[in-house]
Design a protein around this ligand. Structure first.
Ligand SMILES: Cc1cc2nc3c(=O)[nH]c(=O)nc-3n(C[C@H](O)[C@H](O)[C@H](O)COP(=O)(O)OP(=O)(O)OC[C@H]3O[C@@H](n4cnc5c(N)ncnc54)[C@H](O)[C@@H]3O)c2cc1C
Length: 475
């Protein structure tokens, strides 16, 4: 079985290498298409300028001795977890949305509440197989092609195409034993996160429900059901953030045992709290009955499909912003004063300065990620102005954005944050100059046509697809 999958992998990789080489020879700036996305930018591909890697979706090998899994890049997180759990193993970093893929997670920058300990998904890779811009195939490791191994993390597919990855594995446990600590403000929240990051936790994140109140969650893997059992995956279970909000209101420390898979994807139903805005948009009462009834379309896969078709992401501030630990309270004060957006997500992340294109590529002992996902702003000018203001303030505090989001940087400002000389040298060295560059890929230059109803209906009907422009055969 493994041999068959390996043989299939080799022929898929050769096919990709051949196609990339053709693009190289014709100097065509192609984009990587993998059939789904967790980006909030509306993607549109040209049929003759895209590299289809959707069939790179196999788990190649799970090595229980070496604690490692070799996986193709289009494998999503839920498939990966289900496969490794059969061996009682799990990758140490599983980004919170089940549809995030291994390749997109490494190239887009993905992490979760274990990232204070392990860093981003890219930091848990032993090696990454790349098809370079000219079609040659290399295996990048921390020792060989190290500049590519580190430098390509967060590069949004602009330095090569991932065709396989070896990720580390750790022993899985049945539960996450989670403690919710109510806090009275930003200072207390960040101090507690810093203290707990130095302790024996496996998971840390937090939600601020207001300037003066929130909850920090710390978790440990455990085979024992130590406290009350709590699930988040079933239609009748609470959305995770609403559950945390009740604890915030009661101001009592709470302990729970959560089955591991439920914990890993706890934010899937409702996409943290972004799904709530769909209720407001369509005037649907936001109550437990309607959340139960609409459950089949309120998971992140469906919500992202609706988003891609509707264009509605250009009316919502949806940003993840990563800062040095000692600047995070000041930045939270700014977000509070400027936006009054709540809840805010807090997630500590181990930095990796050798990956400067990744949002955790900053020089600090611990980075703090702040998720700012706000309600509707109908005026495009106000939406853009607020986005730009957040970008300026983040740069001022030495932070970096997660590149899945809308970006409105002027080109000169962008290359002041990301070292263009270093980037161009790497692109030249690895023959990547025919690929679109990072600025061109991540900055939004146009205004979308917004049709929220169309997005929701197509997502319900299962017809929502990423746009692909057909080539005119008359050409
Ligand atoms: C409200 C909200 C909350 C979020 N919370 C989290 C969170 O908690 N944790 C988290 O990790 N993320 C989070 N995200 C961000 C998002 O999920 C990440 O950006 C993730 O990296 C996207 O993965 P994907 O598989 O969908 O890749 P895509 O978004 O489709 O791709 C990312 C980049 O990778 C490139 N790429 C994809 N495959 C390949 C390949 N094989 N070779 C080369 N390049 C490739 C693409 O071209 C693209 O530039 C959140 C987003 C939102 C909107």
């Amino acid at each position: 079985m493994i041999d068959r999958v390996k043989t299939q992998h080799n022929s898929k990789t050769l096919r990709i290498a051949t196609e990339v080489n053709k693009f190289y020879k014709s100097k065509t700036p192609f984009r990587v298409f993998h059939g789904s996305t967790n980006s909030t930018r509306i993607l549109s591909f040209k049929e003759d300028e895209m590299l289809d890697v959707t069939d790179l979706n196999q788990i190649i090998e799970i090595d229980v001795e070496r604690l490692a899994v070799v996986v193709e890049p289009n494998v999503p997180m839920d498939k990966l977890v289900d496969a490794t759990l059969k061996y009682n193993l799990v990758p140490p970093v599983i980004p919170e949305f089940p549809g995030i893929t291994v390749g997109g997670g490494i190239q887009g920058g993905a992490g979760e509440s274990s990232s204070f300990k392990w860093g981003f998904l890219s930091q848990t890779a032993n090696w990454v197989e790349y098809v370079l811009g000219d079609g040659s195939i290399v295996k990048a490791t921390p020792d060989e092609y190290a500049d590519l191994f580190y430098g390509a993390a967060g590069s949004c597919g602009s330095l090569g195409v991932i065709t396989a990855v070896e990720l580390q594995l750790i022993p899985a446990k049945k539960y996450v034993h989670l403690t919710y600590h109510p806090v009275k403000g930003f200072n207390e929240a960040i101090r507690l996160i810093g203290d707990e990051a130095g302790g024996r936790n496996d998971f840390i994140d937090g939600i601020m429900f207001g300037k003066n109140h929130g909850v920090i969650m710390t978790g440990k893997l455990s085979d024992l059901k130590i406290s009350k059992l709590q699930r988040f995956s079933r239609a009748y279970n609470p959305w995770y953030y609403l559950h945390a909000q009740k604890i915030d209101a009661n101001k009592q420390t709470v302990k729970e045992s959560i089955p591991l898979r439920d914990y890993l994807f706890r934010y899937n139903r409702g996409a943290f709290w972004v799904g709530r805005y769909a209720f407001e948009l369509f005037g649907v009462p936001f109550n437990s009955l309607m959340r139960f009834v609409l459950n089949p379309i309120l998971n992140t896969r469906k919500l992202y499909q609706a988003l891609q078709v509707s264009g509605a992401s250009q009316e919502y501030i949806v940003q993840d912003l990563t800062l040095p630990y000692d600047k995070s309270v000041k930045f939270l004060d700014y977000i509070d004063a400027k936006t009054q957006i709540y809840p805010l997500w807090l997630c500590p992340v181990m930095p990796e300065p050798r990956s400067p294109l990744s949002c955790n590529g900053i020089n600090t002992t611990l980075a703090i990620n702040i998720g700012v996902w706000g309600p509707r702003i109908a005026s495009f000018n106000k939406f853009k102005e607020l986005n730009k203001n957040i970008e300026d303030e983040l740069t001022h505090y030495g932070g970096k954005k997660w590149m899945y989001a809308h970006n409105y940087y002027a080109e000169a400002d962008f290359w002041r944050i990301y070292d263009k000389n270093w980037y161009d040298t790497l692109r030249k060295k690895y023959k990547a100059t025919t690929l679109p560059n990072m600025y061109d890929k991540v900055v939004v230059k146009k205004r979308y046509e917004i049709n929220a109803r169309r997005g929701v209906f197509q997502a319900i009907l299962g017809t929502a697809k990423i746009r692909i422009e057909k080539v005119n055969s008359q050409k």
